[in-house]
Ligand binder design. Structure first.
Ligand code: GLN
Length: 493
């Protein structure tokens, strides 16, 4: 069996029927990681027990134990370092958490495990998921397997790079403003940001709590549906999770999209788009029409303000969430020679000053300012009001269409170093992705083209709250028309 090209369902079925063993599946990806990881720096910590866990599955199977209901049996996963993994270092790619070993699993991770999945290792990312290029990691930058001189995108750059290079069967990322979709687009894989509340945030290191969601980063729409249905659903540890039971996404994929109304957002289809990105989107729209979908032009004027609203809200929430890293209870503490002579102020400022990187500090300073008395209403308060209006405009548009299609990013993957010193250029990169987080709806990136420079380009689909099934249906239909289906970066075959 060609594990690399097989669907998760097929790999799992082959393990269940003992055509291959879980051990073989894990060995296969460990070998690939050993061979290729040094080129891209996607994995930052490996799970030393992965092989033993695979063997446990094989022993159970050989004893005839019934594991048929385990949807992800023996599937080797790479997990973004934002998700707590019991007994495995979890750093959020920050020095301030360099030695943090969580005593518990994030719900996403425990659900992967209870469905038979195996954690292979932890994946690189931007520090605290703040960034769009994976260049702010304390573990060093991560490279794009399609062009090693380019960024994999961010913040889930390690997840996207590992998946694209075939170093895991599936990976998990988190998305606060595009961090699953943009790297998925840059690396040519499928990435899904679920509706806010679809997936539990318990055990995910908090960046901006009203925006954060975790989701699958995988090879195909079918794989995305399978992983999403395995990790989603109500969790008593996260009061924002939904009780909805419409979660059997993979069984219910229906590729007939005749009559589906798909809106093209006027504001996202501007002349400033890179030519290759524009062509890719036009091709996808043409193919949707051929599949019988009805394309309508729609307008959401407030998306013009989405980037500033997002950065005000995300930085404000981050400044509050990151105040817990004080060097007292856990995490990095500055190496004071004599603690008894250190003032409280100096204890905090030395620890936080050395523990956080500069982008994280920029956000903390910006967010603290936005929340400070006298400015709260003008910044955080105003941003929250416009966020509500943006939600209203999206709801209005969804009265006349079932889904939206747009680019994921203005360009394909950019060069390493190109934007890291220009915060504004980096922030503007998120122009097409932040709105879905602000309004809570699901969004995904589907690989659709290769640029003239042979770089992947994804298209973005968005649907109403909790309409993941429809979004996956459209994506599954569109995927079949994608000229780059199954494309693989040279050098990683
Ligand atoms: N690039 C955005 C930011 O830096 C999005 C990050 C994310 O989704 N985690 O905030």
């Amino acid at each position: 069996m060609d594990i690399l090209k097989s669907s998760l369902k097929d790999i799992s079925a082959a393990i269940k029927s003992k055509k291959i063993s879980a051990t073989e599946a894990v060995e296969f990806y460990l070998k690939r990681a050993g061979l290729h990881n040094s080129k891209i720096n996607a994995y930052i910590t490996m799970n030393e027990h992965a092989l033993a866990q695979a063997k446990e599955i094989d022993v159970k199977l050989s004893k005839g134990e019934d594991l048929s209901n385990k949807k992800l049996l023996g599937i080797p996963f790479g997990i973004k370092d934002m998700l707590c993994t019991k007994g495995i270092k979890t750093t959020a790619a920050s020095k301030i958490l360099e030695n943090f070993v969580p005593p518990y699993d994030a719900t996403v991770v425990s659900r992967i495990k209870s469905n038979g999945g195996i954690v292979l290792g932890k994946l690189n990312q931007d520090e605290f998921a703040m960034g769009s290029s994976n260049e702010t990691s304390t573990h060093g930058l991560c490279r794009n397997p399609w062009d090693l001189e380019r960024v994999p995108g961010g913040s889930s750059g390690g997840s996207a790079a590992a998946q694209a290079a075939g170093l895991a069967a599936a990976t998990i990322g988190t998305d606060t403003g595009g961090s699953i979709r943009q790297p998925a687009s840059y690396c040519g894989i499928v990435g899904v940001k679920p509706t806010y509340g679809r997936v539990s945030r318990y055990g995910i290191i908090a960046y901006a709590s009203s925006l954060d969601q975790a989701g699958p980063m995988v090879n195909s729409v079918e794989d995305a549906a399978l992983v999403l249905e395995s990790i989603c659903g109500f969790d008593e540890m996260d009061s924002t999770t939904s009780q909805r039971s419409d979660t059997q996404f993979s069984q219910n994929i229906n590729k007939s999209i005749k009559g589906t109304k798909i809106g093209v957002l006027k504001e996202f289809f501007s002349d400033q788009l890179d030519m290759d990105v524009k062509k890719s989107l036009e091709l996808a729209i043409d193919n949707l029409k051929k599949l019988g979908a009805e394309i309508v032009e729609v307008s959401i004027p407030l998306t013009a303000h989405a980037v500033p609203i997002y950065y005000l809200i995300a930085a404000s929430e981050a400044s509050s969430n990151l105040s817990r890293y004080d060097g007292v209870k856990y995490g990095y503490r500055y190496d004071f020679k004599d603690l008894s002579s250190v003032s409280l102020d100096s204890f905090y400022s030395k620890t936080r000053g050395h523990g956080f990187g500069s982008e994280v500090k920029r956000r903390i300073i910006m967010g603290t300012y936005c929340l400070s008395s006298g400015y709260y209403e003008a910044y955080y308060g105003k941003a929250s009001q416009v966020r509500r209006l943006l939600k209203n405009q999206f709801s209005e548009v969804f009265k006349s269409c079932d889904a939206l299609i747009s680019p994921v990013s203005t360009t394909p993957a950019f060069k390493l170093g190109e934007r890291i010193d220009d915060a504004l250029a980096m922030y503007l990169n998120d122009i097409f992705t932040v709105s879905t987080n602000l309004v809570g709806i699901p969004g995904m990136s589907l690989p659709y083209s290769l640029s003239q420079k042979n770089l992947p380009i994804g298209v973005q689909l968005m649907c109403r709250d909790f309409d993941e099934q429809k979004m996956l249906n459209i994506a599954a239909a569109l995927e079949e028309t994608s000229p780059v289906r199954g494309a693989f970066p040279k050098g990683f075959v």
